[in-house]
Write a protein that binds this ligand. Sequence first.
Ligand code: AMP
Length: 447
Amino acid sequence: MTFEKLGLSEELLRSVSEAAYTSPTPIQAQAIPAILQGKDVMAAAQTGTGKTAGFTLPLLQLLNEKPPVKNNRARALVLTPTRELAAQVQESVFTYGKYMNLRSTVVFGGVKINPQMMKLRRGVDILVATPGRLLDLFQQRAINFNDIEVLVLDEADRMLDMGFIHDIRKIMALLPKKRQTLMFSATFSQEIRQLAKGIISNPIEIDVAPRNSAVETISQIIYPVDKSRKADLLSHLIIKEKWYQVLVFSRTKHGADKLMKRLSRDNIHAAAIHGNKSQSQRTKALDNFKKNKIQILVATDIAARGIDIDHLSHVVNFDLPNVPEDYVHRIGRTGRAGESGQAISLVSADEAKQLHDIERLIKRKINRKEIETFEPQHNLPESLSSKYSRNKQVTKTTNNKTKRYKAKHNGSSEKKSYNRYSKPQNSVNSNNGNRQRRPASTATPAI
Ligand code: AMP
């Protein structure tokens, strides 16, 4: 899929290409055409999915095709729960709309209201606002809603959580009935559906991570390992298991570079892609990876999102992501279209919380495996209640000597986890198909 195919104008394609986006994200691929057709949209998507461009790009295009705005009016209203998000949306409007002649501004509380009133005087095509300040401005007659053509509710679930429901209802009552409404929310909860009733009509529903049976073919495994030994373990696995074309996720740009260098020392041909790399560097790395000239591609979540690589046999989480939904996104790169795939996570004790969140999200425990000489000295605690069970018993290749060492160094808790989840020593690992349903998607920029 390309941005051209989505029907975006030349001006927008130019700014998208300057932003170095090579292909639309799933939410963009689905939302942009629907919004351009004037449909109401309800989308389950969180920050990091590219949702902002998903509504901003078509919004700019729709507004650009129509007559300009009048004084003290707005033609599109984007409501967000927080000022940070409002500022980010406004920045996206500015970035993507830089080759268009549209006016936009952002208003939120906690700062002086007068400058905001001044900005609204000549009217704005796109007004990004938090609900409370917007109502204040309305009461002071700084803004008139009669010409609103499009309403966007961004992070609607958070707005409800933060108690904005009354403000939102008040604002809805002031808007023209005939308008296009777009609602973005992390999930379609009961409350969200209730809110949607009456303010959105016949919406196209988009869930960027639909239940994907292909994910069921991915076998997931965790290697508990000390942080300081992760790179050694990865190198060991790559060499021993003869892995090729492996996508390795790193949480940080610096971590990605460091790992790439470390692997190169073991003559493993690796490249790193992240936000600090130029577009040409990224394209080159990706090309080489696809041509098998590079064995390992180390990427941050955001960098990986912009590139078209999947059907991989192995995806490695060198660090666990902070946002659990990112885990599902990452492992979705492997095992597509019915192929089998392996998602491997190297997890250190300090990542117990992230692991806990992931296992809670996917509603099961991920099988664990330890490699002799890489057993952690810092125990990775079991994270969940017995509510979630593993599909198969975990087995380890730990020998007696190692167990004695661990018992001495880690105390009894380590041994407990062995008893609960392990077969006796030296049994063969059996890590097959942790089946899971793919949850609603999200991701977090981690560049
Ligand atoms: P959002 O979900 O809107 O918060 O976007 C998260 C991040 O993804 C932002 O930093 C965007 O710049 C980036 N992004 C949006 N669309 C794309 C795309 N098609 N390819 C790569 N990155 C993108």
